[in-house]
Design a protein around this ligand. Structure first.
Ligand code: 5AD
Ligand code: SF4
Length: 360
């Protein structure tokens, strides 16, 4: 991705527009993505930080991430958990284990549990609905699901059981790139799922990776324009990190700077969307959480997967906090957030885009 020169006069004008309205065009987004001068990049990230502070304030929302199964029927070229990777030791947590972890989170004041897995059909729609129901009965947690593409009736059942949110990244709006990733699904079905989830009134998160092999600046600008059009409740953006035993092993990963620019533009284009400083960002840089939180992010997702399974949930290598004791890590995280002058939210951190819910 080569830098595009942009006149000194154009950058401040664009940033003022970004600050005040966020109504940037494809070309303008592309120009901002192409900035390479460190001062320009810094000004872009600071603009996003200002928009974040003004629109959603200084609170950081914590989500406890429980990776409850690493079995997957899909075969995404970028992912270490892909079906064909026989080097992964697979595990599944039982319903009782998942519910007990949710109880731990509730006790610690982390008010959202994110139930994430590979696409593992051995958890039937009914079984997952039962888990959701039991969590909702025994805790005050918001429940976020991240279990991939399923039929609409499954999403419907889980919503009725009490699920609040759903994360399903769109990955890329470039269909050719989407197909080249050989996930075993179509762009159309991914869009169908996202549409279904929105119609069913979930708070829906989309997102994409930065630096996928073959991805261009135009692709990233396209993803950001899609985000602008969709105005999702949540938006996850992280760098691509090459994983061994995958077709993309050994390829270059996404850069820190380009990821931060995308996070910043995500904030600028959506204003009040919940945006995490992703684990992938924290994996490629020791201060990834801080850098993300200063570039427009307002969510962090501490890992609450049992320590003996974490290593096996290897979407990519060297994931941040593979071995940290969760309680010690939570303390450290809170200290790091406080040191930035930010506050950990005590609420459930619902989407500000859902006006009826946003008070809590
Ligand atoms: N590097 C970074 N992110 C990845 N994901 C999958 N594989 C990788 C990787 N190698 C992201 C995808 C997926 C989410 C769960 O993790 O965007 O949607
Ligand atoms: Fe499975 Fe998700 Fe990995 Fe694709 S990204 S192989 S769907 S776990």
């Amino acid at each position: 991705m080569s830098g595009t020169s942009i006149s000194d006069r154009a950058v401040p004008g664009l940033l003022t527009k970004a600050d005040l309205s966020g109504g940037l065009s494809f070309e303008e987004v592309r120009l901002l993505l192409a900035l390479t001068d460190p001062e320009d990049v810094r000004a872009l990230l600071e603009t996003a930080d200002r928009v974040r502070a003004r629109v959603v304030g200084d609170e950081v929302h914590l989500r406890g991430l429980v990776e409850f199964s690493n079995y997957c029927r899909k075969n995404c070229a970028y992912c270490g958990l892909r079906r064909d990777n026989s080097h992964v030791e697979r595990y599944r947590l039982s319903a009782d284990e998942i519910i007990s972890i949710a109880g731990d989170l509730d006790q610690r004041g982390i008010r959202t549990v994110v139930l994430q897995s590979g696409e593992d059909l051995s958890y039937s729609a009914e079984a997952l609905a039962d888990i959701i129901r039991r969590i909702k009965q025994s805790t005050s947690l918001a429940v976020t699901l991240s279990v991939g593409e399923r039929p609409r009736v499954h999403y419907e059942m889980w919503k009725q059981a009490g699920a609040d949110r759903y994360l399903l990244r769109h990955e890329t709006v470039n269909r050719e790139l989407f197909d080249a990733m050989e996930c075993g699904t179509s762009f159309e079905n991914r869009m169908r799922c996202i549409r279904d989830l929105r119609e069913l009134d979930y708070q829906v998160g989309i997102g994409f990776m930065v630096g996928l092999p073959g991805q261009t600046l135009d692709d990233l600008a396209g993803d950001l324009m899609f985000v602008k059009e969709m105005q999702p409740d949540m938006l996850g953006i992280g760098p691509f990190i090459p994983a061994s035993e995958t077709p993309l092993a050994g390829r270059p990963g996404g850069s820190l700077e380009q990821t931060l620019k995308c996070v910043a533009l995500g904030r600028i284009l959506t204003r009040d969307t919940l945006i995490p400083a992703t684990t992938a960002l924290a994996t490629i840089d020791e201060f990834g959480y801080e850098l993300g939180l200063r570039a427009g992010a307002n969510v962090v997702m501490p890992n609450w997967t049992p320590l003996d399974c974490r290593e096996q949930y290897a979407i990519y290598p060297n994931k941040r906090c593979l071995r940290e004791d969760p309680d010690i890590w939570l303390c450290t995280l809170k200290e790091r957030i406080a040191a930035m002058g930010r506050a950990v939210s005590a609420g459930r951190g619902h989407s500000p885009k859902k006006a009826a819910l946003s008070a809590d």
